[in-house]
Design a protein around this ligand. Structure first.
Ligand SMILES: [Zn+2]
Length: 613
């Protein structure tokens, strides 16, 4: 339509009597064939805010890499629009987010309908009497605008949809803990401000075909404080039957052990702190992953998201204190753990070898040999619903567990590590002066990197971390992170080398494995001869290695390095010395008070050289 003509029609619409306001959402108006652009989404939300300013507030909490506003809608029946207000009124804060994968956009269109029904049409006016909703209609806004009919091959509509990566090709649902993207920095600032009591993250599946229009996932009880895990298990036990009464069918998340044979059963998909629900677990918060089913019509999927979120809000509103009590208890338990010398924290998890039976409402399927792939080909027949009992291996058990330190110490120069603590809302204090500490550290060896990048990183696939005593002097400005705080588990995930999403594993500390000075072969020849003459043990070890290790014997540089690596010329470089230290309670307490009577000047930079940022 030509723009003057559009203006003419818009002008007519504005001139029409206000009583007949049309609150049809853009997706409803299109019969759910399409989903609106970001601009149209925001203008609908703005209209809602203007019509119900006491119930809806639209806030910008960040800017996308391509310069678009990142928007959250705050909604409450009594105009509570701040975290301080929510806390004072004892209202839980519920964060519902859509479009972290913007091709999976049901949550956005469901959210517009739900906010409308709450705020202006009188359909659900009491939905938010007892909770504050923070709704992110589109998390990955640049990805949302990178729209194409070809972005999701497995999915049944809408006509055009967003792209999984944001504009820097990062998957935001792998970015929680490492926080590379500007979007995640904005999200973490929102999280720090609101500390939501419950998170719901809305997606669309890939994978198998079956009868359910929606599947859902909660983190395993072993990954959570019992209070939070119990709350979320009970919430879903209450909400799912009500959801099904509305004509839907829901299942726990279905990750099939063998995608070509559903009868082999289902497994846990793994999750972890790089994902939304795994991150919320570290922050002591219940979280729900919703996946509407990719092959159901878009209208059905939007309605699925609408009904489940509405029922969750009703559930929370019936007993808001239960949720607040659970999150407060989890925080208190985590902080109190610092006083318990016998405490152990699981860093990794393994599948429970015992399965439980699961009744799958699937479809009949046919397996045949494919002459294209040379493998088997599964074809479902959605006309033939079939109910089958299959094994369920979703339960997890703790695997690698460690004793938490009383505190971590991070030398001031590791600025990126300290910045990540700040991003995640982890409390720490800075040392005013240089302090010598006795601590536990890790000597790392045998690092192996992945051969392919993942989310822009060559991850450390494996490493050996040996605990060692360390006596170090921490420069002024170094950071002490006590673990008697609610975010202690986030600190451990970031800082423990064996945690699967630690900064070390993401390759952010790779430089510590490098040596900076090498010995010239002609110099090492002399070193080797001296060491062989003076140290019979080194001589015996060298001769044994020559005999037992053919690759070593054939590598002249390795033979010379054998001596270099056992010399002070090498050890002084401290390759593999992990810079983060673990402090015991005595050391933590000694560092909890400023050192009196000392002046520790910090150099001032001339103003002409200061970074304008
Ligand atoms: Zn997704």
């Amino acid at each position: 339509m030509r723009s003057w003509l559009l203006g003419f029609f818009l002008g007519l619409q504005l001139a029409a009597p206000a009583a007949a306001a049309d609150w049809t959402t853009p997706a409803e108006a299109a019969g759910f064939r399409t989903t609106p652009s970001y601009a149209d989404t925001l203008s609908y939300l703005k209209r809602l805010e203007e019509s119900a300013p006491g119930k809806i507030r639209v806030q910008t909490f960040g800017v996308s890499p391509q310069g678009r506003p990142m928007v959250a809608v705050i909604a409450n029946a009594n105009g509570v629009f701040t975290p301080e207000g929510a806390r004072a009124a004892k209202l839980p804060v519920v964060l519902v987010q859509a479009g972290i994968h913007p091709g999976e956009i049901e949550g956005k269109d469901a959210g517009l309908m739900l906010l409308r029904d709450f705020a202006v049409t009188g359909k659900s006016p009491h939905l938010l009497d007892h909770a504050v909703l923070v709704f992110i209609p589109v998390f990955s806004v640049d990805g949302h605008e990178n729209s194409s009919p070809y972005n999701r091959i497995n999915q049944n509509g809408p006509d055009s949809m967003g792209f999984r990566g944001q504009s820097q090709y990062l998957n935001l649902n792998r970015d929680y803990i490492k926080a590379d993207s500007p979007e995640m920095h904005a999200w973490l600032a929102l999280w720090r401000r609101w500390r939501p009591d419950f998170l719901t993250d809305i997606h669309t599946t890939d994978g198998a075909d079956y009868q359910y229009d929606l599947t859902w996932y909660l983190e395993d009880p072993n990954k959570l404080d019992a209070a939070v895990s119990d709350w979320q298990q009970k919430a879903m036990a209450g909400v799912v039957p009500a959801y099904e009464k509305r004509g839907h069918l829901a299942s726990i998340y279905l990750e099939f052990k063998d995608g070509k044979d559903p009868r082999q059963g289902i497994v846990n998909f793994g999750s972890g702190p790089r994902f939304s629900t795994g991150y919320a677990a570290l922050q002591n918060r219940p979280a729900l992953l919703i996946e509407t089913h990719m092959l159901k019509p878009y209208a059905v999927r939007v309605r699925a998201a609408y009904d489940l979120v509405a029922l969750l809000l009703e559930h929370i509103g019936r007993d808001p204190a239960a949720l607040l009590t659970a999150t407060a208890k989890a925080e208190a338990d985590t902080a109190a753990r610092a006083q318990d010398a016998s405490a152990r924290v699981a860093l990794t998890f393994k599948p429970d070898p015992a399965s439980t039976p699961y009744i799958l409402k699937g479809y009949a399927f046919h397996q045949s040999h494919s002459d294209i792939s040379g493998s088997s080909w599964i074809q479902y027949d959605p006309r033939k619903p079939v109910t089958t009992e299959i094994p369920n291996w979703n339960r997890l058990l703790p695997d690698v567990s460690i004793a938490p330190p009383a505190a971590y110490a991070i030398p001031v120069q590791w600025t990126e590590v300290i910045a990540r603590l700040r991003d995640h809302g982890i409390a720490y204090r800075r040392l005013d002066c240089a302090v010598a500490v006795d601590a536990e550290g890790y000597q790392l060896s045998d690092p192996k990197w992945a051969a392919q990048p993942f989310e822009g990183h060559l991850m450390v696939r494996s490493v050996v971390a040996n605990p060692v005593p360390r006596h170090e002097t921490l420069p002024p400005g170094s950071v002490i992170v006590p673990l008697d705080q609610p975010a202690a588990n986030v600190a451990m995930e970031l800082l423990e080398p064996d945690a699967p999403d630690s900064l070390l594993r993401w390759g952010m500390l790779d430089a510590i494995f490098e040596i900076k000075e090498y010995g010239e072969p002609r110099v090492l020849e002399k070193l080797a001869r001296d060491m062989l003459a003076k140290d019979p043990a080194v001589k015996a070890e060298f001769e044994r290695k020559l005999k037992d290790d053919a690759a070593f014997a054939a590598n002249s540089q390795a033979r010379l390095n054998f001596f270099f690596q056992r010399s002070p010329w090498y050890s002084v470089q401290r390759a593999g010395a992990y810079p983060v230290l673990r402090l015991d309670a005595k050391m933590r307490d000694a560092l909890s008070v400023p050192v009196a009577g000392k002046s520790c000047p910090v150099p001032e930079i001339d103003s002409a050289y200061r970074d304008p940022r």
